[in-house]
Design a protein around this ligand. Structure first.
Ligand code: GDP
Length: 309
């Protein structure tokens, strides 16, 4: 079975997330495998291309050395409780991306705190080291202090740091010795982010976000935590009030590059999009029709970021 890493990128706006994801996709050569995406990219200029990623794709997936890496979109505005946890719950680890001049910002602090609480181990990426007056060493130190203050465990504090320039397309362990590619970062993801567990058993998928298609209706997106989902299967959807709704999976898609790929089944560890569920809500569990086993819901009535700062 294929090895999977699910990662979430935590970044303040403008610190370079879009540029980084774009470079990761290119480096993993996903576009050479899919002419459709290639054409789309070559037709647009760089900026439109970068914007396109954040506008068009919620999640992005790349393949590298036979490993599938799902890059989970984290909400930029963490102003509503629950949402951030739910998204982070899909991840096996996080990339904390910080600008080498500005350092960590309040929003990154908020989301990072949640990630650390969930036991996720970060890889720190100090970006934009090509900028004049940047201060990578100080920024690295401030990230360490921030994690310490947020109560990171010893293991979490023992994080890997990569320095580089997403814009120039390189990342490496030492900013004084620029590499010429982003691959050292992808290698670090594969090496340091734990492999997604793939337990068998009664299927459980938690709806984390939703999408909409004019002809397919509402689409439920989330991680399969256990077992396998199958196209056409009769399932149960467990709701917040404890009620159970019978549903049928119409179509299943996994993420591939910037797009989605239709599949017949999705196993634990992967992130997928499900159609045919109709009136699901975020937080619902899609599970076995005969023996439904809901996943723990994440409360939404907790303090929001604006209340914390
Ligand atoms: P996002 O908001 O985090 O997705 O950030 P973007 O990827 O859109 O980048 C924001 C701006 O920073 C853009 O103008 C990028 O070209 C620029 N940028 C991104 N990475 C780098 C970098 O490594 N060095 C420099 N100098 N600029 C960068």
């Amino acid at each position: 079975m294929q090895s999977i890493r699910n990662i979430a990128i935590i970044a303040h706006v403008d610190h370079g997330k879009t540029t980084l994801v774009d470079k990761i996709i290119h480096a993993s050569k996903i576009f050479r495998e899919n002419q459709e995406f290639n054409d789309l990219l070559l037709d647009n200029n760089d900026l439109e291309r970068e914007r396109g990623i954040t506008i068009l794709a919620k999640n992005v997936s790349v393949r590298y050395k036979g490993i599938k890496i799902n890059i989970i979109d984290t909400p930029g505005h963490a102003d509503f409780g629950g949402e951030v946890e739910r998204v982070l719950k899909m991840a096996d680890g996080v990339i904390l991306l910080v600008d080498a001049f500005e350092g960590p910002m309040p929003q990154t602090r908020f989301v990072l705190g949640k990630a650390l609480n969930l036991g996720l181990k970060p890889i720190v990426v100090v970006n934009k080291v090509d900028k004049e007056n940047c201060r990578p060493d100080e920024v690295h130190e401030s990230v360490f202090d921030l994690m310490f203050n947020l109560g990171a465990t010893e293991d979490q504090l023992d994080f890997v740091t990569m320095y580089g320039s997403s814009k120039q397309g390189w990342m490496g362990p030492d900013f004084r010795n620029p590499t010429d590619s982003i691959l050292p970062l992808i290698d670090a993801i594969v090496e340091h982010i734990p492999e997604a567990p793939r337990p068998e058993g009664i299927p459980q998928m938690q709806v984390t976000s939703l999408d909409y298609s004019a002809y397919q209706g509402r689409i439920a997106i989330g991680r399969v935590f256990r077992g396998e989902l199958k196209e056409g299967a009769n399932m149960a959807l467990t709701k917040a009030d404890g009620s159970i709704k019978k549903v049928k999976i119409k179509e299943l898609h996994v993420f591939e590059g910037l797009g989605k790929l239709k599949v017949e089944s999705v196993s634990a560890g992967d992130i997928c999009a499900v159609t045919g569920l109709d009136d699901f809500e975020i937080g619902d569990t899609l599970t076995d029709a005969e023996n439904p086993e809901p996943l723990e819901r994440i409360a939404v009535d907790e303090p929001t970021m604006s209340m914390l700062f």
